[in-house]
Structures are given as C-alpha cells and as structure tokens.
Design a protein around this ligand. Structure first.
Ligand code: B12
Ligand code: SF4
Length: 499
C-alpha cells in the first residue's frame, strides 16, 4: 500500500504563495504534506546552494518515502538550480518527481527532461487528483493538466478550466509543524513566515493587460477559454485570511498585496477599504497600473493604510511603450496616475522602468528623462534592463527584427542564474551617450540631484558634464542604499513594537 505523504519543495522563496495554496488543497484531500523551502529569497543576487546545503537536502529527503515530490518552478531565472536539484534528487530518491508553477505551465516538454510529471496551470484541483490517482494506482494518461513522457515522447494533456470562484479555493496555509527551511548552511524546522514582519497575498488572479515582456500573456494562452482570466476574491475571504495571518504572525506589521494589478472595482474597493481599516489596520503595499490608478481610488486606499505603491511606467517614450512593450497608456494617463499618487501623499511611490535595450533609441531614452523630470512629488526609481523571459512576446519580436539569432536568444533566455539576475536589475551600458541620459534619469529621483540633472541636460555633448553626471549617479546610488536601510529599519521597528 502506498503512503499518503507528499513532499513539496520551493526555491528561493519561503513565503511562496503557490505552495501554500497547494498544501491546503492536499491536506483537505486527506494527504500528509511536508514543505521544504530551499534557499532564501534574494531579489538581486541569490546564491546557489552550497555542498553542505545539497547534502542537508538529501539527508532530509532520505527520511521520507513520499508518494511524490513536487517542485514549484515559478521563475526561469533560477532554473539552473532547479535542474541541478532535480538531478540530485532523482539519483538518490525513487519517488516520482512532479513539477508545477509558472515556468512548468509554459514549458512542459522542456521540464519533462528533468522530472516524471508536469502539472500545468492552477494546481489546487490537479495536485489533489494526481495524489489520489497515484495513491490508488489509477491510470494517469487521461488526467487534465498532466504532462508525462509516453512511449513516443512527451504527452501534454489539456488543462482544466480556470477556477471561476476564487473563494472556493482553500486559504493559503501559515504555520503547522510540517515546514523546513534550508539556507545559510543549515536546516531549520518551522515556518519562516511566522517570524516575519510582512505577509504576502493576492486579492485576485490574472491581469487584463498584455505587456510583451511579461509571462502573463503566455500563461493566459494555456487556457482554452480565458475570457475570465482576471478574477477577484470576495472582500470577506481576503479579510478572513489577513485576520488569520495577524493571529499567527506576532510581529506582523506590513501587508504586501501581490495582485498583478490591485482591484479597482468601486464596490469592491469601498467594502475593502472600510473593513481593512477597521479589522486589519496595518500599512500595506500594492502594485499599480497607470490605467487603474485614479485619484478617488488612491484616496480611499491611502485612508485605509496604503503606504507603498509600485507602478510600472517602463518607458517615457509612448512609441516604445506601445509598439515594443504593448502598453497602451498615453503620456497624459501616466502623468495623471502619478499625480494621483502624489496628491494623495502616498508615503512611498516607486516607478519601474525598463531601459537600455536594443529596441530603444537615444531620443527615446531622452523622452524617459523628460518624463521622469516631470513626475510630481517624491518617488523612487527602479531601473531595470530588459530581461527576455521565455515565452514572452518580446522574444518573438526580437527574433523577427533580427536583433538576435535563435541560438543567441536561447543562450540569453537560459543564461546562468547570476547573469539573469544581473540583467533583471542593471547590468550596465557602454555607449557614453546612453550612459549619460541614463545617469540623468537616475538623478531625477533625488531632489538634491534633480536640479543638477537639468543643468547637465542642456549640454549633453560636454565631456565634463558627462563626468559630472557619472559622479552624481554614484552619489545617488549611495543615497539610495541609505534610503533602503532607513525603510527596512522602519518596518523592523514597527514589527518590534507590535510584539
Ligand atoms: C506575486 C509574484 C511574485 C511575488 C511572490 C510572492 C509569494 N509569496 O509567492 C514576489 C514579488 C516575491 C515575486 C518574486 C519573483 N518573481 Co514573481 N511573480 C508574481 C506573480 C505576479 C504572481 C505569482 C503568484 O503568487 N500567483 C498566485 C499563486 C497562487 O499562483 P502560482 O504561484 O502560479 O501557483 C499556482 C500554479 O502555478 C501551481 N503551482 C505552483 N507551484 C506548483 C508546484 C507543483 C508541484 C504543482 C503541481 C503546481 C504548482 O499551483 C499554484 C496554485 O494554483 C507572477 C506572475 C504570474 N502571473 O504568475 C510573477 C512571476 C512568477 N515572477 C517572476 C519573476 C521573474 C520573479 C523574480 C525572479 C523577480 C526577482 N528578480 O526577484 C522573483 C522570484 C521569486 C521566487 N523565488 O520564485 C516572473 C517569472 C518569469 C520567469 N520566466 O522567470 C513572473 C511570471 C512575472 C513576469 N515578469 O513574467 N514574484
Ligand atoms: S500589467 Fe504587469 S502583470 Fe499585467 S501583463 Fe503587464 S507587466 Fe504583466
């Protein structure tokens, strides 16, 4: 008789939302779940597992004889580590290895080279069904969402429809004596979430937009009927989850809402803001979009505790936004959204940009400088380089325009982890004119440097001006580090006093 134990492993994120949902789906179906978080989250320079950590992983797995081991493969940035871990696990443990998550959903055939099964798409229903079928020895061939290697090669079955009512899904799990964490050369017992000062969740699933550099479009295409790709939870369910988090996490002081775009439905917002303020009352962060950011919406959210909004603008050039990034907002709409954030005095406003890529001319970079110079209020800039992600439309566009050959693109998409993370942020440019305008853009986020940037912008050819911009950029980097420490300190202090 098979046992009912299932092991789930997540990479570089001990807060993984996906696995927390799956855990509840499996325990609800009567299975015994153990979760291992392998390596901590690091947004800029995650380290590869050490020899000691790999050994700890193997020793840990050797204690179990699970029905299957599930890997959550959310991002291709650390695919190298996922593949290495799969090789290690498969050479020592007999249990079938199942991959799921965003990357596995989009590239099941590639994943099947490293695992026994892939489960595509939303996983709650699928993983519970897989567990039941494996437990009872039932055939898997016709199972929806499943990918496997048949006699003739990879077989990828269609996915089940999207869950229409998100409230029917079990809530994400927090705590329980079934969680382990390997990082810093040691294995620790317990849910790392419990001692954290921040909780992460979403009120929705899906996104109405189709940005060319984002995987969301590819995920949407996996579903035959994706008319209702964007779905919302009820306010009741969100508040119930947050109350649960508040109860379990004694140092909790900040909520991060990781909705691709925070809901903007008026009725929903009215109910949410009233109840959140009364029942949760903690500062919270959202991701915003220029077309979903109005003065009225931000006013209500601000009153309920909004302390940080991250809004993607991506380029100051309407042409790059529209033709390259497939973003339709006009310059006026971008500025109106920025004004809404500034007028409502949102304490921390962060704007994301993707710059210095082969689709962008210097003139277009100058347009970004002009837009940043005109942005109202205090803000932080997150300047990214373009990270080509597998399965995104911009990859096809780059190939179509002949910017890269297929093998060149392949080596960019699957570059070593370190290189991919470096590109996500800033990997540096070499053309002096590009560097100059980039430096000026960076300077606009500091009041003390903005005026200087304006002077330098008048004489872009001057060598002395370019040198001054480079120095100011370095100075800005230091200011930015100080700002980051101040903000981290603020969050920790809040957490300490809640305790
Ligand atoms: C929220 C989010 C985050 C949050 C995660 C918060 C958390 N606590 O989990 C934060 C901000 C921390 C984050 C970080 C990163 N993210 Co992110 N993130 C997202 C976003 C918007 C939603 C993910 C999510 O939580 N969805 C809700 C949950 C419930 O769904 P899910 O994770 O997909 O899980 C479901 C299924 O996939 C499946 N499933 C998942 N795991 C498994 C495992 C098994 C065995 C099975 C059977 C099924 C299964 O079942 C789950 C339940 O239905 C996605 C975009 C998207 N549409 O997915 C990008 C996205 C996944 N992120 C992306 C990236 C690049 C990153 C970072 C690398 C960024 C960085 N430089 O740091 C890191 C990597 C973090 C990590 N270690 O995995 C990319 C990945 C693309 C790629 N090819 O790499 C995406 C697709 C966005 C994009 N730009 O296209 N992210
Ligand atoms: S708005 Fe954000 S989540 Fe939606 S498609 Fe664009 S980048 Fe992706």
């Amino acid at each position: 008789m098979q046992n009912k134990r299932i092991l789930l492993i997540n990479f570089y994120s001990p807060k993984s939302l996906g696995l927390r949902f799956l855990e509840r789906a499996l325990t609800g179906a009567g299975f015994d779940v153990t979760v291992l978080y392998f390596k901590n989250f690091h947004s800029t320079r995650p380290k590869k597992p050490t020899e000691t950590e790999r050994k700890l992983l193997l020793d840990f797995l050797a204690q179990y004889n699970p029905l299957f081991i599930g890997f959550s493969v959310m991002s291709s940035l650390y695919l190298e580590v996922v593949e290495e871990t799969a090789r290690l696990v498969r050479s020592h443990i007999a249990a079938p290895l199942v991959w799921g998550g965003v990357y596995a959903t989009m590239f099941p055939e590639r994943c099947l080279a490293h695992c026994d099964y892939v489960l595509r798409g939303e996983g709650e229903g699928a993983i519970a069904e897989l567990a039941k079928r494996l437990y009872s020895g039932e055939s898997l061939d016709d199972m929806e969402n499943l990918g496997y290697t048949g006699p003739g090669g990879p077989v990828v079955n269609p996915v089940r429809p999207l869950v229409t009512d998100l409230d029917t899904l079990p809530m994400a799990e927090i705590g329980l004596d079934n969680k382990y964490f390997i990082d810093g050369g040691e294995l620790r017992f317990g849910d790392p979430m419990l001692s954290s000062v921040s909780y992460e969740t979403t009120c929705s699933r899906g996104c109405p937009f189709v940005c060319s550099y984002c995987s969301t479009v590819g995920i949407k295409r996996v579903y035959r009927d994706n008319r209702h790709f964007l779905r919302f939870r009820s306010v009741d369910s969100v508040i119930a989850e947050l109350l649960h988090a508040k109860d379990k996490m004694k140092r909790l002081s900040v909520i991060h809402f990781w909705d691709e775009i925070f809901p903007d439905d008026q009725k929903w917002i009215n109910e949410f803001t009233t109840r959140y303020k009364k029942e949760i009352g903690l500062p919270f962060e959202i991701w915003a979009h220029p077309l979903k950011t109005s003065h009225e919406l931000i006013k209500k959210l601000r009153d309920a505790g909004l302390f940080q909004a991250v809004m993607g603008i991506q380029s100051g050039s309407p042409e790059v936004r529209k033709k390259v990034f497939h973003r339709v907002e006009s310059q006026e709409q971008v500025m109106a959204a920025a004004k809404a954030l500034s007028d409502n005095k949102v304490p921390r406003v962060i704007y994301d940009f993707i710059l210095r890529h082969p689709f962008e001319s210097t003139e277009q970079l100058k347009e970004t400088y002009a837009l940043c110079d005109a942005l109202p209020g205090r803000f932080t800039l997150q300047l990214h380089d373009l990270n080509f992600l597998p399965g995104t439309d911009i990859v096809q566009e780059a190939l179509k325009r002949g910017l890269y050959t297929e093998p060149e693109m392949e080596s960019i998409l699957y570059a070593p982890m370190e290189k991919q993370y470096a590109t996500w942020w800033e990997s540096g440019g070499s053309d002096p004119e590009t560097v100059f305008w980039y430096n000026l853009i960076y300077m606009t986020q500091f009041k003390s440097l903005r005026r200087k940037a304006r002077c330098l912008a008048k004489n872009p050819e001057s060598r002395r001006g370019r040198a001054a911009a480079a120095r100011a950029y370095k100075w800005g980097k230091r200011l930015s580090t100080l700002r980051r420490y101040r903000q981290k300190g603020w969050t920790l202090v809040k957490g300490f006093f809640r305790k």
